[in-house]
Ligand binder design. Structure first.
Ligand SMILES: Cc1cc2nc3c(=O)[nH]c(=O)nc-3n(C[C@H](O)[C@H](O)[C@H](O)COP(=O)(O)OP(=O)(O)OC[C@H]3O[C@@H](n4cnc5c(N)ncnc54)[C@H](O)[C@@H]3O)c2cc1C
Length: 432
């Protein structure tokens, strides 16, 4: 029987969990310490791309990462430090690079991503849920002969996985997407992939939740998950006004407790900090990425029809109405705030390089976000070990938008005791 549920964290994952739980009859509270959707779900590259379901670890990943580490403008960086959490994570990452583990991971992620895309299709038809959803495919673009030779292998691999993809030489690519610069060497178009505004998706879901009577709490963090006798009892909120809990206690102000039969921990890169006091080890590393959003692309600049992935630079260019977003890089440098100007400029430069007439960047919104990444590159979705009534939904790495709706649906199925519509074996939170 559905009862009271609290979802901690209102990014794409938490908002989707709250949405599906409410639809299942749970009385939902959704709590975020910030405004909804302002974490990693705010200005990501907005792709919904089952074709990119390869986990981050895989054969050759360590060699490639080592090469990239030598360049200050590369799409990957690990800040060297003696952090036992990071060292253990890197050790497990290395183990997940075997061809067998990578293939298993790909199959599991692909199933999840495809189910996610199918739910986006349903959702896009629902009245009132508007988030710039488009299903216009994804175009990989290549800048070099060597890159374009790789495209041939990618083409075969995509077809084997059941995708419809077309190789385009330079002339065909320019005909297909006139906004491209003639500097490109060629392209690979993947049909059926989608994109939409991830932040608008969170806003649409939370607006719907409010309309159906859910309790929405913004600007107040959850300080702890309350567990008694091996069962979840609710959550404790930080005192209002961002006062640290200890200071508020000594000033006599009380932090509020929200009772719940079910708690869903969906706090993205901050999930480990909330799980650790319960004795739960959730090995997620924050992987920082950057984006630059041009607010209104002038008419004389390139107007993109489909999103692009600049393969050699690992940078995405996404059209979002009259806005244009460049996104990329992956930095394992902890939760340190701030933007590295060299890497940010590399993201912007790669986007500009492939457009015939790039927009001016002076009004662009610069942003960074922390992807939550497990060492095997797969999310954690399922009941926490040893604590009844606690579900973990986090660690979606590069695919948190793509997999948000299916994660929400799976969480509701678990909560209701229904069989999950996708096998959760690979995503068990206790697998580490
Ligand atoms: C540059 C970049 C490009 C990307 N592009 C894509 C893409 O094209 N497609 C795709 O599918 N994915 C993409 N991703 C990945 C995607 O953004 C993430 O996987 C996804 O946003 C994770 O969602 P989340 O809800 O788990 O985390 P978040 O969106 O970070 O949400 C977690 C929330 O928890 C809240 N929180 C934390 N601690 C507490 C607390 N104590 N109490 C209450 N609330 C708390 C935070 O404030 C935050 O709102 C990209 C990421 C980056 C950085």
């Amino acid at each position: 029987m559905p009862g009271d549920a609290v979802v901690v964290g209102a990014g794409a994952i938490g908002a989707a969990c709250a949405h599906y739980l409410a639809r299942s009859g749970w009385r939902v509270t959704l709590a975020d310490r910030d405004d909804f959707g302002r974490g990693c779900s705010y200005a990501n590259a907005c792709l919904i791309v089952p074709s990119h379901s390869h986990p981050i670890p895989g054969p050759g990943a360590i060699r490639q990462a080592a090469r990239w580490m030598l360049r200050p403008d590369s799409p990957f960086y690990v800040r060297p430090r003696l952090d036992p959490g990071l060292l253990g994570w890197l050790w497990q990452f290395r183990r997940a690079c075997s061809p067998e583990a990578a293939e298993r991971g790909f199959r599991a992620l692909l199933e999840l991503s495809r189910a996610g895309l199918a739910l986006f299709e349903d959702m896009a038809l629902e009245a009132g849920l508007s988030f710039f959803y488009r299903r216009e495919g994804l175009l990989h673009v290549y800048l070099s002969d060597a890159g374009f030779r790789e495209a041939h292998h990618e083409h075969v691999a995509l077809q084997e996985a059941g995708f419809h993809a077309r190789l385009l030489d330079r002339t065909e690519a320019l005909e297909f997407e006139p906004a491209l610069s003639p500097r490109i060497r060629g392209g690979l178009f993947i049909e059926g992939e989608a994109h939409g505004d991830c932040y608008a998706y969170v806003v649409a879901l939370t607006t719907g939740l409010e309309a159906c009577g859910a309790r929405l709490i913004t600007g107040r963090g959850v300080s702890r998950i309350v567990v008694q006798g091996g069962r979840v009892r609710g959550v404790q909120l930080e005192p209002p006004g961002g006062v640290p809990a200890a200071a508020a206690r000594s000033a006599g102000s009380h932090s509020e407790e929200i009772p719940a039969d079910l708690v869903v921990l969906a706090a993205g890169a901050w999930t480990p900090a909330l799980a650790a006091p319960l004795g739960l080890r959730i090995p997620l590393q924050p992987a920082k990425g950057y984006s630059a959003t041009v607010p209104a692309v002038p008419a004389h600049s390139s107007v993109l029809r489909v999103p692009l992935l600049v393969m050699e630079r690992r940078v995405v260019v996404t059209p979002l109405g009259d806005r244009l977003r460049f996104g990329g890089t992956l930095e394992l440098a902890g939760l340190a705030p701030g933007i590295n100007p060299v890497r940010y400029q590399a993201v912007v430069g790669a986007g500009q390089e492939v457009l015939a007439s790039p927009p001016p960047m002076d009004q662009a919104e610069a942003w960074y976000g922390f992807r939550p990444v497990a060492p095997d590159g797969l999310p954690l979705i399922g009941f926490a070990p040893r604590i009844e009534g606690l579900i973990i939904a986090s660690g979606h790495a590069m695919l948190g938008f793509t997999q948000a709706p299916i994660t929400g649906k799976l969480v509701a199925e678990l909560a209701d005791g229904r069989p999950p519509s996708v096998s959760l074996e690979s995503f068990r939170p206790d697998r580490f």
